[in-house]
Design a protein around this ligand. Structure first.
Ligand code: SF4
Ligand code: SF4
Ligand code: FES
Length: 333
């Protein structure tokens, strides 16, 4: 008879540091420490509930489904945004190497109380993207008796994107949101892209315009939104693809699309980007001010200034790569 495997259950007495803040009462956020016996399998949410039930009933956090579905329980643990209900504490404590973790609310959003933030700014930005299907008369049947069919290939294009639970983890970690409060944020672009490529939809042009109005070209492609997403949505890829469909739809006259074109043209011609001239190519005559300011700075440090892109050995190789790609693209059409 095979031996019964009994899983080992570990326990660590941990210090849980939680950020507290009641806007009417406190001038700034502060931290409270709670001792909790963290055991194998215990989630962040279970630890928070234990603290609330046994140590401080005033601790405020948000959670509903406890199944990684409703997206309401996002908090930051040691600065990383996670779903509290599906994230185990013990592995984090072990990775950190100290019997201590710090829990803070999502960043980039106003705090309502303790770990609860106001998500209205995210919803307002999302609403501007028209996150719903606008009937494409060529694809949607006239009567309800007929189904609106699509191919497996069409579904694969956006199937994964429908899994977004609007948890806001990507918004909380986004570098572009941090510096520009008008930037829509990763999840809104992912939703805009999801509906724009759905063959049953007819509102793609409006959504591309809404995306550009909310900073489509401001994303710095740091890809942090991909790293933190609990549903593998990859918003940075959606932003890249949304930019591509904007260019394919003939929207070339934006600083972002000019930058993208300058990058590809330069790499084909020189094997590298002609950075000294980029501000003018992207911003027109206004870019000269940036070039002149950079030149003054370089001269101050005794550096030689050039507006020419230097030649590198092996440049002809990049032109060959481009011609090969064009050949492949032609065959694919
Ligand atoms: S894209 Fe991912 S991280 Fe962002 S809201 Fe949706 S599920 Fe959450
Ligand atoms: S890749 Fe873009 S959207 Fe994603 S976190 Fe970075 S700046 Fe934000
Ligand atoms: S409680 Fe619903 S996702 Fe965590």
């Amino acid at each position: 008879m095979s031996e019964k495997i009994i899983p080992t259950r570990e326990k660590i007495l941990a210090n849980i540091r939680i950020q507290r803040f009641t806007p009417d009462k406190d001038r700034t956020p502060y931290f409270d420490n709670f001792k909790v016996e963290v055991e194998t399998g215990m989630t962040v949410l279970e630890a928070l509930r234990l603290i609330k039930n046994q140590q401080d009933s005033s601790l405020t956090f948000r959670a509903f489904c406890r199944s990684a579905i409703c997206g309401s329980c996002t908090v930051r643990v040691n600065a990383d945004p996670v779903l509290a209900c599906s994230t185990q504490l013990l592995p984090i404590i072990k990775d950190f190497g100290k019997a201590s973790v710090t829990i803070t609310p999502m960043s980039n959003l106003p705090i309502l109380r303790d770990l609860v933030v106001d998500i209205d700014p995210v919803i307002e930005k999302l609403a501007k993207m028209h996150p719903y299907l606008m009937k494409n008369k060529e694809r949607i049947p006239k009567t309800l008796e007929q189904e609106s069919l699509m191919s497996q290939k069409e579904l694969t294009q956006f199937g994964q994107l429908t899994d977004c639970i609007l948890c806001g983890a990507c918004f909380s970690t986004c570098s572009a949101v941090k510096v520009d409060k008008t930037y829509a944020g990763p999840l809104s672009f992912a939703k805009a892209y999801r509906f724009s490529i759905d063959p049953r939809d007819s509102f793609r042009g409006m959504r591309i315009q809404a995306s550009m109005d909310q900073g489509l070209w401001s994303c710095v492609q740091c890809r942090k939104c991909i790293k933190v997403c609990p549903k593998d949505i990859r918003p940075a890829d959606s932003i890249r693809d949304m930019r591509r469909i904007a260019i394919d739809d003939g929207i070339h006259d934006t600083p972002g699309s000019r930058r993208a074109k300058a990058y590809t043209d330069d790499v084909e011609k020189f094997g590298q980007v002609n950075k000294p001239m980029l501000p003018v190519i992207v911003n027109g005559t206004k870019g000269w001010a940036a070039i002149e300011a950079a030149e003054v700075g370089l001269k101050k440090h005794g550096l030689e200034v050039t507006r020419q892109v230097c030649k590198l050995p092996g440049q002809s190789g990049s032109a060959k790569v481009y011609s090969k790609i064009r050949e492949i693209e032609k065959k694919g059409k």
